[in-house]
Ligand binder design. Structure first.
Ligand code: SF4
Length: 272
């Protein structure tokens, strides 16, 4: 059962070193989406929760109030919403913290970059359209429905997520796609990637931004059994070779994705 707790944050806009962003804003701590490879599970140790990752959420109920005060003094710059945990996870339906923050940000001129895996973002298209310099990104690690159902079981299938971007673009909102994390054997199948790029072009996605899987011990141990289930006999060895030599895989993927970007006329950028 999901543990949901209401908390009072001390501040809501935090400086960040993520390229292209000046601040990060996360309305929730923890994430009910519970993706197997999630890197944000390190936050659990600061929360006092005993539930496993994906089974707890803390709701920063004073976030809109704090934000109203903080933006009065904040220097201009892009605010990244949801850079740690998903701002449109299921509790947002009830609490509407993200929506209330967007309402406050209608006066912000520094730009906003929002990232989610949920179609709930469509609810707020009206507000997003009103904010200057807003960009919405949707993340996915694979375009393969079977793989996604195993690794990202509580979010819409990948093709439906790209459809969300098409709808946002249709409302005049700038969009991007976050292809991450790239997982060997999962994210790199030719047929899935061709279909993904074709769908991205049709959805008028402005850019595909790509990041690698970070094989730190926590994420690796959660991912391994799922890899063996999806790719029996080779899932584990694929991950282990990747862990030993990420350079080879990243160069190969760069070449492949740049070629697809050129073929489908979609801009591709890399964090590596
Ligand atoms: S949606 Fe993002 S933050 Fe939430 S579990 Fe998945 S990867 Fe982690």
């Amino acid at each position: 059962m999901m543990a949901v707790r209401e908390i009072y944050a001390r501040r809501i806009l935090n400086p960040t070193r993520i390229p292209g962003l000046r601040y990060s804003l996360n309305p929730y701590v923890g994430c009910a989406h519970g993706c197997v490879y999630c890197f944000a599970d390190y936050m659990r140790k600061y929360t006092g929760h005993r539930e496993p990752w994906g089974q707890f959420v803390d709701v920063k109920i004073n976030a809109p109030h704090l934000l109203r005060r903080e933006i009065e003094r904040a220097a201009p710059g892009v605010i990244g919403i949801g850079v740690v945990t998903d701002p449109y996870q299921p509790v947002e339906k009830k609490y509407e913290i993200t929506r209330k923050c967007l309402d406050v940000l209608r006066v912000w001129k520094g730009g906003i970059s929002l990232l989610t895996k949920s179609d709930l973002v469509l609810r707020d298209a009206d507000l997003l359209r009103e904010i200057e310099g807003v960009e919405v990104g949707i993340s996915l690690s694979t375009y393969n429905r079977k793989f996604a159902a195993e690794l990202e079981p509580r979010v819409p299938p990948p093709d439906e997520r790209v459809e969300v971007l098409a709808k946002l673009a249709g409302s005049g909102i700038k969009t991007w796609l976050f292809l991450a994390p790239l997982i060997p054997g999962i994210s790199d199948r030719d047929r899935d990637l061709e279909r993904l790029f074709e769908a991205a072009r049709k959805a008028k996605v402005g850019e595909i931004f790509v990041d690698l899987f970070n094989p730190y011990p926590g994420a690796l141990s959660r991912l391994l059994p799922h890899m063996e289930k999806l790719l029996p006999g080779k899932g584990k060895s694929l991950l282990m070779s990747y862990k030993k030599d990420r350079m080879a895989y990243s160069s190969e993927m760069k070449m492949l994705l740049l070629r697809l970007g050129w073929k489908y006329d979609v801009r591709v950028k890399f964090s590596f």
